[in-house]
Ligand binder design. Structure first.
Ligand code: 2NL
Length: 371
């Protein structure tokens, strides 16, 4: 018995040694150690033995089992190591391959400037409001103290839709492409009430097209409503905004009386500039020699009639508002000289003037990190 078992063992070990696959090895395991394997059969005979026989046969059969099991484990480790070596040899990385093409997109200067504006005004407690670009004429004109007959309506070169729109404030209305973002602020006042601090950046439309006008352009308006608001608050806010935006402390403002139907009094805001190597650079007193003034913003105290249209009591609440062209701000800050190129979608222009998508404007890092 012992002799034939030794032969079976050496045959099993030889078969394990020549196994080329995990499957072949598994077949050897089943043949020896499986339910009806020869080692398992030997183990079963232990039950019918005398204690004396079992004392000799037990360790001998367990020895056979361990010899087969150890040989299988060792062979399995060797086969797995060989398989890994083969895989590593197959999966070579060619480090001489060129890197994948870098992404080509960039952030349009108008988007960048709007992000900068949101960041600067957020720091002064303003939130950003938005609204429809297709407006009814009540929100675009009537509520801003521009009734049907008002000459300012004609001045706005409005794009009208052909059909009559829904009734608004009890009267039929026509739909227009908004000519300013003021209607967004009317909606903010109506929906959020007072006190209120919002800016409304976005696209606006006027039927006007030449070297300095495009039928679509971008505007940002700002509105503050609270008790006891006066022109001093307006001037401080615009000064603080322009200093942060142009990243210079020497910005000087000049306020001139003007007229807008929606503000009373109305104020035109000029910014001082100086000549630096033949270029106009903002900053400094515009009245100094070699300096001048540039008209930049329109603003004023919100007309009491506009507050009433928006459902606010003008004896309790006062406010100031302002409007400025975003495209113009971008040109002044980043040095483009042709407005029309903004909307041509020319990849070379965008590559030159566009911003890194990761270059997000923040007050802590500077709102205009890279031109
Ligand atoms: C300009 C002038 C301005 C406003 C916009 C405004 C909005 C409301 C009430 C009162 Cl809801 N006013 N906006 C006020 C003054 C001027 O824009 O020249 N924009 C480019």
């Amino acid at each position: 018995m012992t002799g034939s078992d030794d032969i079976r063992l050496s045959e099993a070990l030889a078969a394990i040694d020549v196994a080329q696959t995990i499957d072949a090895l598994e077949a050897q395991r089943v043949a020896a150690l499986g339910k009806s394997g020869w080692v398992s059969a030997l183990l079963k005979t232990l039950g019918g033995m005398t204690p004396e026989e079992r004392q000799v046969e037990g360790p001998r059969i367990q020895g056979l089992r361990a010899a087969v099991s150890d040989a299988i484990d060792a062979k399995k480790a060797a086969l797995e190591a060989a398989a890994l070596d083969a895989q590593l040899a197959r999966e070579v990385i060619d480090l001489t391959l060129p890197a994948p093409a870098a992404p080509k997109g960039s952030i349009h200067p108008v988007s960048q400037v709007m992000d900068e504006l949101a960041e600067i005004f957020a720091d002064m407690g303003f939130s950003v409001a938005s609204g429809p670009e297709i407006e009814d004429d009540w929100h675009n004109f009537t509520s801003l103290n521009m009734p049907e007959s008002h000459p300012a309506r004609a001045m706005h070169d409005t794009f009208y839709f052909p059909d009559e729109g829904p009734e608004v404030a009890g009267a039929p209305t026509r739909m227009v492409l908004r000519t300013h973002t003021s209607p967004v602020q009317i909606r903010a006042m109506t929906q959020q009430g007072a006190p209120l601090r919002v800016i409304a950046p976005g696209r606006v439309y006027r039927s006007d097209s030449d070297a300095t006008h495009t039928p679509m352009f971008h505007q940002v308006e700002g509105l503050v409503i609270d008790e006891g608001i006066h022109l001093g608050h307006l001037k401080w806010t615009l000064e603080t905004f322009l200093k942060a935006f142009f990243e210079r402390e020497d910005i000087v403002l000049r306020l001139r009386p003007s007229y807008f139907p929606f503000t009373e009094p109305s104020v035109e805001v000029d910014v001082g500039w100086q000549d630096v190597n033949g270029r106009r650079v903002l900053g400094g007193d515009g009245d100094a020699p070699g300096h001048g003034w540039m008209e930049l913003l329109g603003s004023g105290m919100v007309n009491r009639r506009v507050l009433e249209f928006a459902g606010l009591d003008p004896d309790k609440w006062q406010g100031f508002a302002f409007g400025v062209g975003v495209d113009r701000l971008a040109m002044l800050k980043y040095g483009m000289d042709d407005l029309r190129a903004f909307f041509d979608g020319d990849g070379r222009w965008l590559a030159h003037y566009g911003f890194d998508p990761l270059d997000v404007p923040t007050l802590s890092a500077g709102v205009g990190a890279k031109a």
